[in-house]
Design a protein around this ligand. Structure first.
Ligand SMILES: [Zn+2]
Length: 527
């Protein structure tokens, strides 16, 4: 089995993505997630670049890690400066992590037009910095920035830069498609050339970006051409269109190309780890992300469902549990009785085809779909519906009433609306009020506040997505709306639905399902 080493740069390149800002705690949680998944190298920033990074490096040393080694990242020295006098290099080597990643210029254009120095001086900068870093660490990886663009523009020079890094002591040379513009065949040709050039002196790696939608394909092309080290971010976060998605790459390599990237028994953690990283970054994981998205093993057409039931690989490229994901059959009129029965059996395995409850549910589903409900994207609401039909559903609370007061202009961002609510849990009444930036937000806050002391696990639940669809727009302001709410507790993701002519009512219905779903599942978990 060919071994391919992975380096995750979610904390460094990923953090350069628009909309992402990690606290020190977030970063530590990501390190632990990647470690549990068996990722061998986790790259963070330069401790000298900001106080947050310095605090991170101090704290990360206290973590007990099983698989991951931490790498710090910095640039080659400044032109015409002694390496030992360069403050950026000094702060990098002082951090005391085992692995240092040094990046430098490989494209002549960047040397002369951006750095404004000579080609020879740039080679000296690479040599000096790599050698100095090597003296202060166990291992140096050299990132050849813009290597593939440089290889097209001035091949001889691009190759000279990587040879310089290898001679100076870097054991791995990562070739970068920094602008994300290259094609797999170019990546393969250039990588093969460097593999041949360096021979046993250094391993070759690859670092790609997704600007042409080819980051994964380009990484795989490099591996086929002899690269033994792949850099990327677990769920593809990164500048512009993102870095190479490591979750896709590692599943492809491990399941299909017979390469070893992480320990085999860690692979079923892939989905959970990916969702957790997205959760920490507070970014909704695209549901169609290969292998790990919620739609990755979802079937809607009746014929496909039938095929999967008879022989799962008839419509699935790998078994969903190989990466810790789950198969889903969507519920809709297309799917019909057998899909409904399948879903019921997940909750109540003893239900049979001829049971009355199946007919009752199919009929109820038709009626609800006619009134605007759709359960294809709302598994959790469907599950509650089944439980109600089976008589196993127990409401965790009863609403007495709620009232919403809007205020315009809002006094500040969080005080546009106030929700007052009265509800009861086991005969115990609770009255709360909460403000929010709008009526739905105020309702959500008020409901949690009311339930907090009865159900402390609700603290972990966050709404991650909120979608509103107008169903019969021709009825203007009388139109019905369908609200879909996606929630997570950091481990599972579930979606609920509500329909009404009143958008707040529709949101309330979806919100209540979300909370009920969580509480129902919490209660079923063994203590
Ligand atoms: Zn990058």
């Amino acid at each position: 089995m060919q071994k391919v080493e992975l380096l995750d740069t979610t904390l460094r390149d990923g953090a350069q993505s628009e909309g992402i800002s990690f606290s020190v705690r977030d970063k530590l949680a990501i390190v632990q997630t990647l470690d549990a998944l068996g990722i061998p190298l986790v790259e963070a920033g330069n401790p000298g670049s900001n106080p947050k990074d310095a605090e991170f490096f101090a704290s990360v040393k206290t973590l007990k890690l099983q698989h991951a080694r931490i790498a710090a990242f910095g640039a080659t020295r400044k032109p015409n400066t002694a390496v030992a006098d360069d403050p950026q290099v000094k702060s990098l080597v002082s951090v005391g992590v085992p692995v240092l990643v040094i990046f430098g210029k490989s494209w002549d254009l960047h040397v002369t037009e951006v750095l404004k120095t000579t080609l020879d001086e740039n080679l000296a900068m690479i040599r000096d910095t790599v050698a100095y870093a090597r003296k202060h660490s166990e291992r140096v990886i050299y990132d050849a920035e813009h290597f593939y663009d440089g290889w097209r523009a001035n091949r001889e020079y691009a190759l000279a830069t990587v040879a310089a890094a290898a001679e100076a002591g870097a054991d791995t040379i990562a070739l970068c498609d920094t602008n994300g513009g290259r094609f797999p065949e170019e990546i393969a040709a250039a990588t093969a050339e460097v593999v041949k050039l360096l021979g046993k002196r250094a391993a070759v790696g690859v670092h790609t970006h997704n600007d042409s939608g080819l980051a994964v394909a380009n990484s795989l092309a490099a591996v086929r051409a002899g690269a033994a080290h792949v850099q990327g971010t677990l769920v593809g976060f990164g500048e512009r269109c993102g870095n190479a998605n490591l979750s896709t790459i590692l599943a492809n390599l491990q399941l299909k190309a017979k390469c070893a990237c992480i320990p085999a028994d860690c692979l079923p953690q892939l989905t959970m780890a990916s969702r957790r990283v997205a959760e920490i970054a507070n970014i909704a994981l695209p549901d169609d992300m290969p292998y790990v998205g919620t739609k990755a093993f979802t079937h809607k057409a009746g014929m496909h469902m039938d095929g999967v039931r008879k022989c799962s690989h008839s419509f699935e490229h790998v078994p969903p549990d190989s990466v810790g994901n789950a198969r889903r059959f969507l519920i809709s009129e297309i799917a019909g009785r057998s899909a409904v029965l399948e879903r019921i059996r997940k909750i109540a395995p003893s239900v049979q085809k001829g049971d009355k409850v199946v007919d009752a549910l199919v009929a109820q589903l038709k009626q609800l779909e006619q009134s605007g409900y759709q359960f294809e994207g709302a598994d959790a609401s469907f599950e509650l519906l089944v439980r109600k039909a089976l008589g196993t559903y127990q409401p965790r609370f009863t609403l007495e009433h709620y009232k919403i007061v809007g205020e315009r202009p809002a006094r500040n961002d969080l005080e546009g609306a106030t929700a007052i609510m009265k509800l009861s849990v086991d005969g115990c009444s609770e009255i709360t009020a909460a403000e929010g930036d709008g009526p739905v937000n105020a309702l959500d806050r008020s409901l949690r506040k009311a339930l907090d002391r009865f159900y402390p696990t609700l603290k972990d639940v966050r709404l991650t997505d909120f979608k509103v669809r107008v169903l019969d727009g021709n009825r203007a302001t009388e139109a019905r709306v369908r609200v879909l709410i996606e929630s997570t507790d950091g481990r599972a993701i579930w979606t609920t639905v509500g329909v009404s002519t009143d958008i707040i009512e529709a949101s309330w219905l979806a919100l209540v399902d979300s909370i009920e779903f969580k509480l129902t599942h919490d209660q079923e978990k063994p203590a």
